[in-house]
Design a protein around this ligand. Structure first.
Ligand SMILES: Nc1ncnc2c1ncn2[C@@H]1O[C@H](COP(=O)(O)OP(=O)(O)OP(=O)(O)O)[C@@H](O)[C@H]1O
Ligand SMILES: [Mg+2]
Length: 469
């Protein structure tokens, strides 16, 4: 059953008892409250799935409680009960997130109907959450069977179950974030929050408040108090992505959190204690940053309890076909393209490429290929676009943007080469892989003339020069 725990908040003892009895007969776990204070007390101690609430209570209006509930990530569905005279306030409640309302007096049929609706709704939400997680899981799977990846996997399995701080280093696009998520997934904290903080993406002046939160009025624009990422990650894991990018001032504060697991919000003086597992990534060599005095050595030691190196794609070329096929499958589905596989030529091209952008680059190349490939679903070398690192030269187009004819393209190319060779037909002919005579004839043709007899001396000299080489 989706709904198990219910609070009945009602000050009229008759209505309250009747409702409670009905709900208990449905085998629900019912908590009974006649004031807002009592209801708050229950909510603070346990998670409830549903709350029935009367509007006017001895210690205030239920609307207050409803608004409070909306700020909680884990909140019960709220069913408001109101007298006939105040339909308006019921509407107000719906606007503030109530799930349903009942107008007093109500029959057991009406309660039953509301309960059924609530059960179905809760069930849908749960299924939906499950499906979303499911999708994410396969996307987050680490692909690779090369020795380097197997070693990495064994390390993850071993270290994930501890509380140790992990520092993940590797080139850009190698999968550091994915590895961080694997550490989280295989840890005892897998059911607790995983909070990511991209240190490079947050502007310097905001980073402290992102890390530690701030109190209301801490700085201009701080209209409300806000929890920082460390607070959100309490009992879970925090990923400090691109840790090399933080300033010395923030490095000092971070050191304290790593040592003491405590901090204060910006503009606050209450010390907040947290229990978090820290995972950091960097694509810069942190050791070098320490040597250059850009990164605190003590912080480096605190982070580098377990160093993890993610190999570049060049160091595990064996994995390229596996990765390429998996990306083809995923991206084919994404773009609605039916794909069959890669030709041998395409696979050879992929295996030979240098992959400066690592797995991310491979993923991009495969995505483009999936889009470019033909009806037969086969990805050929030309679909990869790897040979064409340089875009086609402007010389392929006329002044009005049309593509050139063969004859026109050849003529332009010949003049370009002649120019580069400062007019030497011998050098130009060599680059063009033509005989000097053929080149001369072509030039003559372009000028609308055949070679004139007076040119003979010059051309003889050229022929002689060419013959010498
Ligand atoms: N072993 C792998 N299996 C499957 N997908 C991978 C693998 N490694 C990386 N990827 C994919 O490649 C992309 C880049 O990975 P990720 O963001 O983890 O790299 P990164 O090392 O954090 O890069 P950067 O340093 O630029 O932040 C992601 O889409 C990720 O899913
Ligand atoms: Mg990253």
């Amino acid at each position: 059953m989706s709904i198990e725990k219910v609070i009945v908040l009602e000050d009229d003892p008759i209505i309250r008892t009747n409702l409670e009895n009905f709900l208990r007969r449905q085998r629900l776990d019912v908590a009974s409250a006649s004031t807002l204070a009592e209801a708050r007390d229950f909510l603070g101690r346990d998670n409830f799935d549903l709350i029935f609430m009367d509007m006017r209570l001895p210690d205030g209006n239920a609307l207050e409680l409803l608004k409070e509930l909306q700020t909680r990530p884990q909140r019960p569905l709220a069913v408001v009960m109101t007298g006939f005279g105040s339909v308006e306030s019921a509407v107000d409640c719906m606007k503030n997130g109530a799930f349903d309302y009942l107008i007093k007096p109500f029959s057991t049929d009406q309660i039953e109907f509301t309960m059924r609706k609530a059960q179905e709704f809760t069930q849908l939400v749960k299924v939906n959450q499950f499906l979303t997680n499911e999708g994410e899981d396969s996307e987050h799977e680490l692909i690779g069977r090369s020795p380097a990846m197997e070693t990495l996997r064994a390390l993850i399995r071993k270290v994930a179950r501890t509380q140790a701080t992990v520092l993940i280093q590797g080139e850009s696009g190698t999968g550091k974030e994915l590895v961080a998520r694997a550490f989280f997934r295989e840890s005892p904290r897998a059911a607790a929050p995983f909070i990511k903080m991209n240190c490079a993406a947050v502007p310097e002046n905001l980073i402290e408040s992102e890390f530690f939160g701030h109190e209301k009025g801490a700085f201009t624009g701080a209209l409300n108090k806000r929890e920082g990422r460390f607070e959100l990650a309490h009992t879970g894991t925090i990923l400090l992505d691109e840790i090399s990018e933080i300033s010395p001032a923030v490095q000092a504060k971070l050191l304290r959190v790593l040592q003491e697991r405590e901090f204060e919000r910006v503009g606050g003086n209450r010390t907040i204690k947290v229990d978090v597992r820290v995972i950091a990534t960097t694509n810069r060599d942190l050791q070098q940053s320490v040597e250059k005095k850009e990164f605190r050595q003590d912080l480096y030691f605190r982070l580098n309890v377990v160093p993890v190196y993610v190999p570049s794609l060049r160091e595990r070329r064996d994995d390229i076909p596996l990765l390429a096929n998996e990306f083809m499958r995923r991206l084919g589905r994404k773009h609605g393209v039916h794909t069959k596989g890669f030709t041998d030529d395409a696979l050879r091209t992929l295996s030979a490429h240098k992959w400066p952008g690592n797995v991310r680059e491979l993923q991009n190349v495969v995505e483009r290929a999936v889009i470019m490939c033909g009806e037969n679903g086969l990805i050929e070398a030309e679909h990869l676009g790897l040979g064409l690192a340089v875009p086609p030269p402007d010389t392929a187009f006329s002044g009005s943007g049309d593509l050139l004819s063969m004859h026109e393209a050849e003529k332009r190319h010949i003049f370009t080469v002649l120019n580069v060779c400062k007019g030497s037909r011998v050098k130009a002919a060599k680059i063009l892989d033509l005989s000097v005579r053929t080149l001369r004839n072509k030039l003559g043709l372009y000028n609308g003339t055949l070679v004139k007899p007076e040119d003979e001396t010059e051309t003889d000299a050229e022929d002689a020069e060419a013959a010498e080489k």
